[in-house]
Design a binder for this molecule. Structure first.
Ligand code: ADP
Ligand code: MG
Length: 450
């Protein structure tokens, strides 16, 4: 459906026009009348399907310019990370180019006094992370009494990151009479609990999964015997500069990201940067900007930082290690193939990680084609300590503390196992071990013998 066919105002249509957007995505088309109707809504659609505009458009369509000098927010949008707050504010800037709407984003790690001033001066739409929102209401400067529309975006991620307490604190102080709008890539029990406790007979808008998660993304996998061989493979691929133009490399832990960075920085000097939650807020914003602008060709990042990040033209997403939560894989690959673009995803799978791969494939109902390791990639004999201890391999991966992008959910493994994934058989079952790509393994071991 064309945006012109939706009941939008000229300023919004013109702003969309400037962005070059003509057609609404399915979630945008279907969510529009529901949000307009004022009913509570739960929207579920894969990452990269345009959920942000699915709520921004009807909200901007119905918001009225307030004549008050210091308006209190009428619309409150909560996002799980600072980066997403910043990104949403940028989207609002573009969409409200021809409108008279006041909005602001607030988040932790930045000066709260400046943010207090902004809030005090008056805004129509407030965007925040859960933590800063609780802090800000605590100061008394921010009052939520006028909130009519409450949007929880990327709520699965918010709960996975352990923001449940902050979320309920906010929900409890919001005015009773309000519209609740929720968007999520996946549903699980924690999300359901929020809906049951705080939503009023919501309308569900769901965009069904296709056979493959995101058809514009070409997925492949390499089976790589160990960590150091992964380093060799990564370097090999990154040297193909004409093809690997903008590469996001995911690593599960901050320390591992730093370690990988130290291993490739010399060879790719001035081309690679690393991003995780130990970096300062300023650093994070700048690193993302530089990556978006193409100043850095390669960005190493942990899941928590890169979730939801919308950098266009990422040519490749590399999963340097395999996420043990299949959703994280889906989120990772969703960083490429944004909007109308196509993209490639490459997963490096070690022996230990094959079980995770099976979970992922089961969730997507799709088998990721495996590629043979390129001839020129040297198979390293060097092993990490965790790779040496054969008896304890699976455990050595599971018991890792501090894998990013997981937060409290880590302690809730049982709950997590119960979660349901609409449209996909996301439930975990005990796995049989399955030999993968035997032929390639054989070929390599023959080669080595020569
Ligand atoms: P999601 O939240 O579902 O992961 P986003 O809302 O971040 O997805 O949108 C993904 C990308 O698609 C963004 O770059 C956004 O600007 C772009 N986009 C959104 N809606 C449209 C549209 N109707 N036409 C073209 N591009 C769009
Ligand atoms: Mg989103």
């Amino acid at each position: 459906m064309l945006f012109e066919e939706l009941n939008l105002t000229t300023p919004i249509i013109n702003a969309l026009d400037d962005l070059g957007y003509k057609e609404a995505t399915p979630i945008q088309e279907q969510a529009f009348p529901v949000v307009m109707s004022g009913r509570d809504m739960v929207g579920v659609a894969q990452t990269g399907t345009g959920k942000t505009f699915a709520y921004l458009l009807p909200i901007l369509r119905s918001i009225k310019f307030s004549k008050e000098k210091h308006p209190r927010p009428k619309v409150l949008i909560v996002q799980p990370t600072r980066e997403l707050v910043i990104q949403l504010v940028e989207e609002l800037e573009k969409l409200t180019k021809y409108m008279n709407i006041r909005f602001a984003g607030i988040y932790g790690g930045a000066n709260i006094n400046k943010q207090k001033d902004v809030v005090y001066n008056g805004i129509d739409i407030l965007v925040s992370t859960p933590g800063r929102l609780v802090d800000m209401t605590g100061t008394g400067v921010l009052r939520l009494v006028d909130v009519q529309k409450f949007v929880l975006d990327e709520v699965d991620e918010m709960l996975n990151s352990g923001f449940k307490a902050q979320l309920t604190t906010i929900l409890d102080v919001l005015p009773k009479k309000r519209q609740n709008i929720m968007f999520s890539a996946t549903l699980n029990r924690d999300v359901d609990n929020i809906i049951q406790d705080y939503f009023n007979d919501p309308i569900r808008v769901e965009i069904a999964r296709h056979g493959t998660p995101l058809e514009k993304i070409e997925q492949t996998a390499y089976h790589v015997p160990n960590y150091y061989t992964k380093v060799n493979l990564l370097k090999y691929l990154l040297h193909k500069k004409d093809e690997f133009k903008k590469v996001l490399v995911f690593v599960a832990r901050k320390k591992w990201a730093d370690r990988l960075y130290s291993m490739i920085e010399e060879e790719f000097e001035g081309e690679v940067d690393v991003l995780h939650s130990n970096k300062s807020q300023n650093y994070r914003i700048q690193a993302l900007q530089k990556f978006a602008d193409g100043d850095f060709r390669i960005l190493l990042a942990t899941d928590v930082i890169a979730r939801g990040i919308d950098v266009t033209d990422i040519t490749h997403v590399i999963s340097y290690d395999t996420p043990d939560y299949p959703e994280n894989y889906i989120h990772r690959i969703g960083r490429t193939g944004r909007a109308e673009k196509s993209g490639k995803s490459i997963a490096f799978i070690s022996k230990i990680e094959k079980e995770y791969l099976e979970d992922i494939e089961e969730m997507m109902s799709y088998t990721i084609p495996a590629l043979d390791l390129p001839e020129d990639v040297e198979i390293s004999e060097h092993l990490l300590e965790s790779e040496k201890d054969k008896t304890n391999q699976r455990n050595s991966l599971i018991n890792i503390k501090g894998r990013e992008g997981r937060g409290e959910a880590f302690h809730d493994k049982k709950d997590k196992n119960k979660k349901e994934n609409l449209g996909g058989p996301g439930r975990r079952k005990p796995k049989k071990t399955r030999p993968i790509n035997r032929a390639a393994q054989r070929k390599r071991s023959q080669k080595k013998k020569k």
